[in-house]
Structures are given as C-alpha cells and as structure tokens.
Design a protein around this ligand. Structure first.
Ligand code: AMP
Ligand code: MG
Length: 484
C-alpha cells in the first residue's frame, strides 16, 4: 500500500493517533481482488498472512499513519456533541488508478478514545452484510463506500448473544461527514471549520477551489450530491436505515451499512431497522431527511457565509430551498430511465406515480416489476418469467406503450437500456441473512456466491433464479440490526 495521508497532516485536534488493537487469530474471509488492483494493492499480498494481519489490525503497514477521527452528529434528530471513530481506524489514503484519493479504514478494529461505552468491535454478521451490500451498490452504479477485504478475528463479541468477530477494510473517497463539520462548529473552532472546508473542497470539489465563498460552494455541492444519491437509492428500493448526520459523507457516497435493507414488495412506508421505531428513516422519508440533514450542514457553515447573521441565514435558506426541486429532477430522471424514457414529457410524473401506486396496492416486487417491464419493452417472448403483471396493470401498460412509442429510440435500444438500468439481482434481505447465519456456522459459500453474482446485477441466467426470487412469506425479513 502506497500511502499519502492528507487527513493526518491536518492539525492534531482533528483526530487521535491510535493504532488498531491486535486480535487473537485472524482468518481471511475475502479480498476484493478488483478493488485491490484498482488501488494499486497486490491482491495476492492482501490474501497472504501479512495482508490478513494488516486487515485484522495486527500489523501496521509501512506508510500508514493510523488515526481515529473526531465528529459529532444528530442521531434520530437528537444532538450528540461527541461521537468519533469508536470502532474504526483510518490507516491512511492511497491514490487509485483514476488518480483519485481513497481512504483505507478498518472497521471493528478495537477501542479508541471515542469508544464511549462500546467494545470497539464488530460482529461478523454486520461485516458480511456491509461487504455484500456496499459492493452490490457499487455494481449498481450508486456512489458508495466500498469493501476491500474482510477477516475474522478469532475472538468473540458479546451482543444479545456471543458472536464471532470480524474486521472490514472500508474504502471511501473520504470519511468526512456532516457531523465532522458539526463538531468543529459546536466547539466554536472557526479555524478548524475553515480548514476542513478547504480540505474537503480540495479533495472532492476541486473546481470550486478559489471560489468567492468556499463554505457556500461546499454546501451547494453537497446539496447536489445528496439529491442525486437519495434519488438513486429510491430507484433501487434501498433503505439506508440510519440517516444520522454522522452517517452522511460530504463526498456524496453512501456510508454506514448498519440496519439497511432493499425492499422486496413495494411499500413506500417500509422501515426495517430495529431501532427506528417512529419510521423516521422509512423509504418515503429519505428525501425529507436528507433535506433535514442538509439544513444541519447549512446551519453549521452559516458563520462562514457572511459576518452578519441575517445575511448568513438568508444565504443558507436560499441554498437549502434548491434541494426539493433538485431532488425531484434527479428522481424523475432516474424513474423515467427505469421506464425506458430517454426524454421527459409533462405527464411522465403521473405515469411514474401511477405505476408505483399499482405496485403498492398489488404488493408487487419492486425489482422484478421493473425488470419485467424491461423485458416487455422488446416484445420478446420470455419463457416462464419470474414475475408477471396482474390484470390491474392492463390500462397502465397501454399508456406506457403509447408513451414509449413517442421516444426517438427503437424498441431494441430501449430494451437494452432498460436491461442495464433495471437490475435482476439485488441483495435480498433473506439471502443476506441466510449467508450470515451460514457464516456463523463456518460455511461462507452463500456469502461468496452473493458477492460474486451481485457484482453483475444486470446479468441474469436461469442458474440465478434463487437469487432473483423474492422471499416466501416465511422467509421475509421483518427487521435488520446494526450490530453496534
Ligand atoms: P453507527 O451507529 O455505526 O453510526 O455508530 C455511531 C457511533 O457509535 C460512532 O461514533 C461509532 O464509532 C460508535 N460505535 C458503534 N459501535 C461501536 C462499538 N461496538 N464500540 C465503540 N463504538 C461504537
Ligand atoms: Mg456511523
């Protein structure tokens, strides 16, 4: 690993220098070969005893400068003045094949000064869920943190039960959160806040370098990023589950695969997280929550917008007011593309909403419904579809065909576009849970199958039927747990 650690070069009040805590008996679970190669890391080395010891935190690689970073955040709406990396260590940054900078962070790597009451560790289950789901999101083309590798620790962690422990090596463009800025603003460290704004702009939004009002440029960029990100989540039926401000990255990538889930049958009110009692982070609330989080960010940056409070507040409000329209544009572009439209027409929004209403009232599988529509776009005979539309869709399908006829592209082109926009495979909760249960019994075969097949979610062959099929009623997962 060729490190160049820009965050660790920031002043010491941004982090605490802290090595990962070694574990008893590290074991390899999986190395993400393609991602390792992309980051200039030899996958064979990563799979070797040394590589496994590095991921487990038993050995600090040359050039790393391990730190635990400080942040704060609003969790379920309540302010928490000091969170920080309680079970994660940033080893350092490497430059990818694309010339961009990437953090390599170990999650589950032991106690830090930010561990509060926790043990600094992660059970194997949530590590495997994060591996499967983050890599599936990446394959779906959604900005996300990635997984470089996962190992077992040979130690137990104690939650409701005694569980095998694991460590995940997470990769992201950075791990700087809305909550990181909130921390510096809350302790009135305006120099720290400014330094961090400049750091994030240099790293993620280099076209904004030298802008007249850097803090405002940053807010505008993050607003755009969140509008686009959440629109993409909606487009695949992804429910993040814990959209606290400490779990929202300024880079615009998805992070924190705790109690997340993909929905099977369409339910706009879907909530899976065991700790989300009021449905604050339900599927349909995600855009509004993103807006709320951005308001926290705007408030944090306000002192940098202008010297007098009234103008600062007006600047913040103006920027925030752009979010709903930006989101809707991104959302209808995403949903329009799922219906096979390359252009947009005034009635498209109604057509989209009517389709979703039909999915909801018929409890149709979200993923398979769009996939079936993609198949119908070519009018090809499909033998034994996994899903077919019930009678109640007849009128809607006629309207959709009429609308498709107005597109400037051929049926074949539309079919191709839709088949690469609407996945056949998503990480279905019942399969993720089954893979985790098997892994606790020392059988990682389903975990490996899922990671491999979900790397090509738009490809389907009859051998994938068990991966594409929605759960039977007795297999439906009602709740997910974050394992913190
Ligand atoms: P999360 O729910 O993963 O977003 O975590 C919220 C906060 O709790 C972060 O500051 C984490 O570092 C911390 N945390 C979560 N789990 C643990 C743990 N097992 N030990 C120490 N800190 C933890
Ligand atoms: Mg978190």
């Amino acid at each position: 690993m060729k490190f160049d650690n820009s965050f660790a070069r920031l002043p010491e009040r941004f982090y605490v220098r802290q090595a990962p805590v070694p574990v008893a008996d590290p074991g390899l679970v999986r190395v993400n070969q393609a991602l390792a190669g992309f980051l200039g890391i030899d996958p064979a080395w990563l799979e070797s005893e040394t590589g496994v010891h590095v991921i487990a935190g038993n050995q600090v690689p040359d050039g790393a400068d391990p730190i635990a970073t400080v942040y704060a955040g609003h969790q379920f709406g309540s302010w928490n003045p000091r969170l920080g990396d309680g079970r994660a260590i940033l080893l350092g940054e490497v430059i990818g094949e694309d010339g961009e900078r990437y953090d390599i962070q170990l999650k589950g790597s032991g106690l830090t000064p930010f561990s509060r009451g926790g043990d600094g560790r992660a059970p194997l289950g949530p590590i495997l869920r994060e591996y499967i789901v983050s890599e599936a999101m990446a394959a779906l083309g959604i900005p996300t943190s990635r997984t470089l590798a996962a190992v077992t620790t040979g130690e137990f962690v104690y939650r409701e039960q005694k569980l095998d422990g694991g460590v995940l090596a997470r990769v992201a463009r950075s791990h700087i959160r809305i909550g990181t800025l909130q921390f510096f603003a809350s302790v009135n460290d305006m120099d720290g806040l400014k330094l961090l704004v400049d750091h994030v702009i240099a790293r993620h939004y280099p076209d904004q370098i030298g802008s007249e009002n850097p803090a405002l440029s940053l807010l505008e960029q993050v607003i755009r990023g969140q509008a686009s990100l959440v629109a993409r989540w909606q487009g695949v039926g992804f429910i993040h589950g814990v959209m606290n401000t400490d779990n929202m990255l300024l880079s615009g990538e998805t992070i924190d695969y705790g109690p997340c889930a993909f929905m099977d049958s369409y339910d706009s009110a879907a909530v899976y997280s065991s700790i989300d009692h009021g449905g604050r982070y339900s599927y349909r609330n995600q855009p509004a929550v993103a807006h709320w989080n951005l308001a926290c960010l705007a408030q944090t940056l306000m002192p940098l917008f202008a010297t007098d409070e009234d103008s600062a507040s007006e600047i913040a409000q103006q920027a925030l007011d752009t979010f709903p329209d930006l989101f809707l544009q991104e959302y209808f572009a995403a949903l329009g593309a799922k219906l096979g439209f390359a252009t947009s027409q005034p009635d498209d929004e109604t057509l989209v909403q009517d389709f979703l209403d039909l999915l909801e009232s018929n409890r149709c599988d979200f993923t398979l419904a769009f996939r079936r529509l993609s198949e119908l776009a070519a009018n090809a005979a499909i033998i034994q579809p996994l899903f077919d539309f019930p009678e109640s869709f007849t009128d809607w399908l006629t309207r959709w065909r009429e609308r498709c006829a107005q597109e400037p592209i051929s049926e074949a082109e539309r079919h191709d576009q839709m088949m690469t926009t609407n996945p056949a495979l998503i990480p279905r909760n019942h399969l993720v849970e089954a893979a985790i249960a098997q892994a606790y019994d020392k059988d990682f075969s389903l975990f490996h199958q899922l990671t491999e097949r979900l790397s090509q979610p738009f490809e389907y062959s009859p051998a994938d039927e068990y991966l594409a099929t929605p759960p039977r009623p007795d297999q439906i997962v009602q709740q997910t747990f974050c394992g913190t």
